[in-house]
Design a protein around this ligand. Structure first.
Ligand code: CMP
Length: 401
């Protein structure tokens, strides 16, 4: 029987129950069609809600616009309320809560970060229905604060940022300690030099701290400035220190991000590599060497991956899906475990065919420079590729006659 086309079609749910399908769609990491559609819808609703709240804070809007904005705010609040309800109801389906009772699983989800963000987002719905806050009142602006947190769930690198901070916590803590040392030293020293000339701004160390923070973070409002030579000299040192501390912080986070991304990419590739028999036949050591050189790319159907007569700079292994090789006289299909794009690299010639994805396809890309490097390290792999390329060349020559 043909399955009805619905919002969640394409979701790989673990069982067929309605609740597990709902849970699969709402999962932020779901890459199925239903999950992507839900995320787009959620993003649009959130954007509309935030825009409506922002605009409604403008005074003297035309009456019609004001009423429309109120309606949008109420609708968005309703959507978030419904979303929270469904998430809470489907929480027992989360693998992380398997083994827990339904009530316990729901409680655990409600206390998680995502649950708390969801809870904050439904506050406006209650405020509106209980008439605590009217959608057209000045207090409605607070909804913006409650909803803006929902935007974080759309940031794919949020989890990575959390891991980077956790991994680099010792280094970050050291930089923060240096920051505090410079801050307190600067505030104390300027208090010493400036306290008689500017008692209001530098009369105490806490008062001088405001100037120290503004200067050390290189913000420099200019509302408070030292007048004595000693104060100015300290100010100069603090400004330079501020740049150094910020540069250190940026460097630590940037390095942490790139390392984390490299680790994630390695795992992503490893996951896909195991689906290509050609690779699994290699030993673990060789495999780990090649994994670091491959890149994972996901393609929707009907996308041209390589075009005939164009120069070739990479070859591709199919870990999922299927491609169509369009030769001048025939079309060949290659499925999971197959590869293409090797001929241009081996012969250093233009592409012999156009290759198009026939369905959603995941490819492992091996760039030319890495291919030539691997040729000397893993001769067995390259020999297998060469053998298949020879067979294809012969076949193409035979069919073209
Ligand atoms: P390349 O020439 O780099 O780019 C097009 C690719 O299509 C080619 O490498 C091969 O990988 C692939 N190809 C060419 N001919 C055939 C064939 N007869 N059967 C399967 N694949 C082919």
């Amino acid at each position: 029987m043909k399955r009805p086309r619905c919002l969640w079609s394409g979701v790989a749910a673990t069982d067929s129950s309605f609740r597990s399908r709902a849970h699969a769609i709402l999962k932020y990491s779901d890459n199925g069609r239903g999950g992507r559609r839900w995320r787009s819808f959620h993003f649009v609703v959130l954007g509309a809600g935030l825009l409506a709240v922002t605009l409604s804070s403008v005074d003297n809007l035309p009456d019609l616009l004001d009423r429309s904005l109120s309606l949008v705010i109420a609708l968005v609040a309703g959507v978030f309320l419904a979303e929270y309800g469904v998430r809470l109801w489907s929480a027992p389906e989360a693998p992380a809560y398997s083994g827990l009772s339904e009530r316990h699983a729901r409680l655990r989800w409600a206390c998680s970060i995502s649950g708390l963000i969801g809870l904050l987002a439904i506050v406006p719905a209650f405020a509106i229905t209980t008439r605590t806050v009217k959608t057209d009142s000045d207090f409605a602006a607070i909804f913006c604060l409650l909803w803006i947190l929902k935007l974080s769930v759309h940031a794919p690198a949020m989890g990575t940022l959390g891991r980077v901070i956790a991994n680099e916590r010792a280094t970050l803590a050291s930089v923060l300690i240096i920051f505090v040392i410079v801050l307190v030293t600067a505030a104390t020293a300027t208090h010493f030099f400036e306290r008689t000339g500017q008692p209001e701004q530098f009369g105490s160390i806490p008062a001088a701290l405001w100037w120290a923070v503004v200067t050390l973070t290189t913000t420099g409002y200019g509302d408070v400035v030292p007048h004595t030579v000693g104060g100015k000299m300290i100010g100069s040192v603090v400004m330079v220190s501020g740049i150094l501390v910020l540069a250190l912080m940026t460097g630590i986070l940037a390095t942490g991000f790139s390392e984390e991304e490299r680790r994630r990419e390695y795992l992503r590739v490893w996951d896909q590599v195991t689906k290509v028999p050609m690779f699994t036949e290699l030993g673990t050591v060789t495999l780990s060497e090649i994994v670091s050189k491959l890149r994972v790319r996901h393609y929707p159907p009907r996308i041209v991956v390589v075009r005939r007569d164009e120069p070739g700079d990479a070859m591709f292994f199919i870990s999922e899906g299927e491609v169509e090789v369009r030769l001048p006289r025939e079309e060949v299909r290659l499925g999971q475990g197959g590869f293409f794009g090797e001929m241009a690299l081996l012969d250093r010639s233009p592409r012999s065919a156009t290759v198009v994805t026939a369905q959603p396809t995941t490819l492992l890309v091996l760039y030319a420079s890495d291919f030539y490097e691997i040729a000397s390290h893993i001769p067995s792999l390259v020999a297998a590729v060469e053998k298949e390329a020879r067979r294809r060349r012969d076949r193409n020559e035979a069919t073209s006659q």
